[in-house]
Ligand binder design. Sequence first.
Ligand SMILES: Nc1ccn([C@H]2C[C@H](O)[C@@H](COP(=O)(O)OP(=O)(O)OP(=O)(O)O)O2)c(=O)n1
Length: 370
Amino acid sequence: MTATDGTRPTGIFPAHMIRELFASGAAESARPLDADQIQPASLDLRLGDVAYRVRASFLTGPELTVEEKLQDLRLHTIPLTGGAVLETGCVYIVPLMERLALPGDIAAAANPKSSTGRLDVFTRVIADRGRAFDTVPAGYSGPLYAEISPRTFPVLVRAGSRLSQIRFRRGSARITEGDLAALHRAMPLIDGAGHDFSGGVPVSIDLEGRPHDGLVGFRAKRHTAVIDVDAKNACDVLDFWEPMTTRGSRSLVLDPNEFYILVSREAVCVPPETAAEMVPFDPLVGEFRVHYAGFFDPGFGYDGAGGAGARAVLEVRSHEVPFIVDHGQTVGRLVYEHLAEKPEALYGEGGTSSYQGQALKLSKHFRALD
Ligand SMILES: Nc1ccn([C@H]2C[C@H](O)[C@@H](COP(=O)(O)OP(=O)(O)OP(=O)(O)O)O2)c(=O)n1
């Protein structure tokens, strides 16, 4: 939280600073915010009134706006006010309700919400004149769009559905390797000993399974019914997923292009004045990777917020070839950043979170299996 100019602290914005962005006009929305839209250190973004089916994914590059690109690429316009199904294998662009007019020292980064990643709905945020997905440069002024491509299940969405989230950051917020080790000594960030914290906190796969039934994860079924992204506890697990056990082998063969939900071997913790993001372990290991990873809220897995023992959910895919993963194989790293100010609330406080203290857990759309 060192201030760059003596007054404005660097770091990720907690909820009250995100509210200040709206109060000052640095963020605005076409509709009043939903009561729970501002999370402990991120803002959920809402789909607007239409979706455009496009031929292919794109970035605008430095010269063009998304609207200008859409003139060429738009195939069909789909109203979302009454709800619409987004089909697998298609790419859609949806203008979001929120837009930004950021000061020159505040940048933003987006990610799919955990629930979106767990459904294998590939979602990225794009901004005008953008050179990278999910990246909003400091000082950006303009609209935001979601690019959405359901990979496994068709999904029912509507205006106001929340598939993406965005974090705001002033300056550099990354906690360095040395500081991470010190933080870990004060409050363990992960189970176990002897971790190498270069590049973040390593997270590995659990293939031992649950003690009572050996369940290690789920493989997505194909050609399923539609999932309503706004309906919690509405779907039956077995209609959409095949439960998997390793029957004592502690390894698993990932079939190419299938989608798996697995869980971390370690419990993880995000201390109250930090936020984390899981990134693929090594982008050069192209055969398999955690596919969405995502943001971890302040307080996730923290005992003081009811999270002790929380595991990370791993959305895993193998590309090109079948690939064997072993129990304890590292698949991701948690990169920690400090918050700009002390947060008012932590993930899981108030009891409305879907994943605090979780073990192996599908998205909130599915009824518990046992
Ligand atoms: N690969 C991931 C990504 C995230 N999380 C955890 C850490 C997050 O703090 C928590 C909630 O993430 P989101 O806010 O993205 O999830 P949702 O908004 O979908 O859920 P909620 O309804 O709880 O806000 O899920 C996880 O276990 N595994």
